[in-house]
Design a protein around this ligand. Sequence first.
Ligand code: MN
Length: 422
Amino acid sequence: MLDSRQVTLSYDRKIQKTPTLQHGSLMQQQQKFAGTAPAPDLAGGSPEDVIDRIETTIVDVPLRRTHFHSSGTHGSQSYVVVQLFTKGGAVGLGEGVTPGGRAFWGGESVESIKATIDHYLAPALKGCSVFAHERLLKLMDRAAARSNFAKAAVDIALHDVVSRLLDTPLAAFYGGKVRDSIPVLWPLATGDYDRDVDDALEQLSTRRHRYFKMKIGQGDPEADVKAVSRAIRAIHAQFPEACITLDFNQAWDEQTAARWLPALQEAGAALIEQPVPAWNAAGMARLASRLDIPVMADEGLWDLHDAYDYFTRGATDVFCVKVAKGGGIRRAYKAAAVAEAAGIPLCGGMALESSIGTAASLQLFGALPNLTWGSETIGPRLIADDLATEPIRYREYEVLIPDGPGIGAELDTDKFKHYRRA
Ligand code: MN
């Protein structure tokens, strides 16, 4: 009788013998030599469930207020609306998004997302069953290296169409909701620390938010640390329960971080996000070991492979799981599982999604048991108008997870027409 270890080994061996990327490889090759076309693999679905076409449209939605970021400011947020049509007429809705819709954060922009999908991803997937999700991900990898934000937009549409065909909320794919709402973080990003304090006090006194993220690192380090420490203390003086995290967006080098982060810890910061450049995972690990409060990677940690690497190096104490950066819902879930294995708690991250992308993220975040650092999914509150017929709802510090079917959001066709880029 085989024990489980032997089963695993023989399974691994089998995997290694079989070329993995090919579309039904051996049978396909045999049929090729025999001069017959391979039968399409429907992955258990019907011939109606193959992808007919994928349409992409850029939309530009105004923001309520200018959003400050270490790489500049933006007054609107752009999206790529993805509509995936099956032969049978089912439609899946997805959203491509990067901060500001621009390329500064991760190299992709709405324009590049649209081009990557139109020219490479959509042609690669045409004619394949929407139920063959893992195979579709591999086909996208073969068609385009990296391009996580573009792949994520298609991955969301795939999840949406499959869960609609099965008439189930997407969260059911990942074990179902373990909560109905998640504490949500408010970005203190007015560009002025005194105004940030007023903003935070307003949010706290109206019971809208008690988790905050401040952006820091663009000015002189000593002056920034003094101003931010003063701001944290001013907020805590009135609301000791406020949780204030600091995002540096890679602004400091390791020596500056080692010099000044202890002062911010002393002032009451709850968490330090990406103080040093994305490439410096070793520096992140050294800083994490010097501080008592958690250090969290963002720009340096993209997918499940980075996650494994960061966790084994001790280079992040919290994992900010993001659907867009992570290459889609399925891969974000896998990375979250790696975090669970490593005992790393999760934060549900965002890239300023509208209610469409936010709904998709929340379907996943609602199903993750180890999501103890809340969520950043505040996009719908930052845009002045929305793309979904029913925007995501917020209530007393928390964001509510929508029900399905699918991702739990529908495209508002009037808004879509209004904001689409000419
Ligand atoms: Mn960040």
